[in-house]
Design a protein around this ligand. Structure first.
Ligand SMILES: *[C@@H]1O[C@H](CO)[C@@H](O)[C@H](O)[C@H]1NC(C)=O
Ligand SMILES: *[C@@H]1O[C@H](CO)[C@@H](O)[C@H](O)[C@H]1NC(C)=O
Ligand SMILES: *[C@@H]1O[C@H](CO)[C@@H](O)[C@H](O)[C@H]1NC(C)=O
Length: 133
């Protein structure tokens, strides 16, 4: 049987220089640290991310596959969820970028085995795709 293994880590991207300090790096929480799934099954709201940073209202989800490329999958802007075209129908992002988000993936294949990151950005931040490729 083929197993698809998910490792989940968190990535915090401070947008405004000088505003952050080392303790704020612990404000974003993501769980679980690893998820092991059977090929063909799905991840149903099982990858969580939460934060409590004032004025940060966007939550971005990235995938880092075996080639180590970081790809933007989609994001939450307040409670509006947006998925990149190439993963539409495959992934689902739910929640509210101001506090909490969860992540689902259907029809798991070997290529879905990856590290999934969540990141949060403040309200003013634009050009969400700038770091995605
Ligand atoms: C660091 O950030 C935390 C959380 O935002 C804040 O409570 C704390 O006062 C900050 N410390 C300094 C030295 O700026
Ligand atoms: C994800 O969050 C939900 C709601 O807080 C919780 O019930 C669930 O156990 C979490 N899942 C994991 C894998 O941490
Ligand atoms: C995932 O997020 C949605 C939207 O906030 C929420 O309704 C649902 O309960 C969450 N699921 C879990 C398992 O926390």
């Amino acid at each position: 049987m083929i197993l698809v293994v998910f490792l989940v880590c968190s990535l915090y991207l401070p947008w405004t220089r000088g505003e952050e300090n080392s303790s704020s790096a612990h404000i974003v929480h993501q769980s679980p640290s690893a998820l092991i799934k059977n090929h063909g099954s799905s991840v149903d709201q099982e990858i969580n991310c939460s934060h409590s940073i004032a004025n940060y209202d966007r939550m971005l989800w990235y995938k880092q596959d075996i080639s180590r490329t970081l790809k933007l999958l989609g994001y939450l802007n307040l409670n509006f969820a947006y998925s990149e075209e190439y993963v539409k129908g495959k992934i689902r992002i739910q929640g509210d970028g101001r506090s909490y988000g969860n992540f689902s993936i259907s029809g798991l294949k070997q290529e879905d085995s990856a590290v999934y990151f969540c990141a949060v950005l403040p309200h003013q931040a634009t050009s969400l795709n700038s770091n995605a490729h």
